[in-house]
Design a protein around this ligand. Structure first.
Ligand SMILES: Nc1ncnc2c1ncn2[C@@H]1O[C@H](COP(=O)(O)OP(=O)(O)OP(=O)(O)O)[C@@H](O)[C@H]1O
Ligand SMILES: [Mg+2]
Length: 348
């Protein structure tokens, strides 16, 4: 039976596709109600900035229509240059003083004018009992960038009740699904960015967005095969083949995946340098870009870590009449962030 508090609908607006996920909390755990993905025109979302609100709005409206989602309360997440996430260590203080302190002192921690950002923070669990210091995760997001999303979604009659950050939504769904406290590297490879979030003893200790992703592959395939981006996308997804160019294509994959793995290794090395006594137990891969065949094994070989392809739905209840498991498994990896948003309750 469903609980009373309805969950929000998760809407992950990526640079390649919008992903929508609706869950229900039941006594047996989360149940998947609806999922779907729809591509948006190239350039409509760039570096986390909404460039073409009309097209993106239309795509989201159609997706909600096709999925027959009636709920209007949604959660989105942001990423890229317009959002800064920073861990700050402060003297211990009560919550009221903390809010006041952040309001007055945030400027010293962020590279933006405080009047131009939305500020939020979360207290992190204390590492040492009785310590006179506390740690917070400070988040600052540029108002004009967030407001563009809010306006676009308001125009299509959706209420944004949660604005999260991609990396946190990812952490949220992994922790919810795995139910484990483990030292783990979460890596989401999208079309235009890779998000790395290293969780140590249940706390995010290193989070970064890197400007690499699966779009690189498309662009290089288009170049080398002298075809347009749409055709190159088909080659990448295996629906079109160029047998006489196999070596060149393999070369592109090698080069790109090597670069991705280098970035992953850099983050892991930095983490290990600061936490030599807390080795990572595994690496969890998500995002459409993570579906490159052989990538998981390659990362395993290069990092020595066990790599798990993340499917947020494989332990959830599913209405098999409405959703086929082949479809769920196919799009599971790129639904991770939307699923993370979809576990949230409406705060109102
Ligand atoms: N089998 C596959 N092999 C390689 N790439 C793939 C595969 N399937 C999907 N992709 C790519 O994954 C990307 C889409 O993934 P995803 O939906 O996670 O990106 P996004 O969230 O829109 O992008 P970003 O987060 O970077 O803004 C596209 O570039 C798509 O071509
Ligand atoms: Mg994405």
């Amino acid at each position: 039976m469903a609980t009373k508090d309805p969950l929000i609908v998760g809407v992950d607006i990526g640079s390649y596709a919008v992903k929508v996920c609706q869950l229900q909390k039941t006594a047996q755990g989360y149940k998947l109600i609806a999922i779907g993905s729809a591509t948006i025109p190239p350039g409509a979302v760039e570096d986390g900035v909404l460039q073409n609100p009309d097209e993106v709005g239309k795509t989201i409206r159609e997706l909600f229509g096709n999925l027959k989602i009636k709920s209007k309360n949604i959660g989105i997440s942001i990423s890229g240059y317009s959002v800064i996430v920073k861990k700050v260590s402060l003297e211990k203080m009560d919550d009221a003083s903390l809010i006041e302190y952040i309001k007055n002192e945030a400027e010293q921690y962020i590279p933006f004018d405080v009047d131009e950002v939305y500020l939020d923070f979360q207290k992190l669990p204390q590492k040492k009992e009785g310590s006179d210091r506390i740690e917070i995760m400070l988040v600052a997001a540029k108002k004009e960038i967030v407001d563009d999303y809010l306006k676009m979604l308001n125009d299509i009659k959706l209420n944004v009740v949660v604005v999260d950050v991609d990396g946190f939504a990812l952490e949220n769904i992994w922790e919810t699904i795995s139910g484990k406290i483990e030292n783990v590297a979460l890596v989401d490879i999208g079309a235009s960015k890779m998000n790395i979030n290293i969780i140590s003893e249940g706390i995010s200790v290193l989070a970064r967005d890197i400007v690499v992703g699966s779009e690189q592959l498309t662009e290089q395939l288009a170049n080398i095969l002298d075809i347009d981006i749409h055709q190159a996308e088909k080659v990448k997804l295996g629906t079109e083949t160029y047998n006489d160019k196999e070596n060149e294509i393999a070369g592109i994959y090698n080069q790109t995946c090597t670069q991705w793995v280098l970035e992953i290794k850099k983050a892991i090395d930095l983490y290990l340098a600061n936490n030599p006594d807390k080795p990572l137990q595994s690496l969890v891969l998500s995002g459409g870009g993570s579906k490159v065949s052989g990538l998981a094994q390659y990362i395993e070989e290069e990092t020595g870590l066990k790599v798990n392809a993340f499917n947020p739905f494989n332990r959830m209840l599913v209405d098999e009449k409405k959703l086929h498991h082949t479809y769920i498994n196919a799009i599971g990896p790129e639904m991770a962030i939307a699923a993370g948003l979809a576990t949230r309750k409406s705060p109102f």
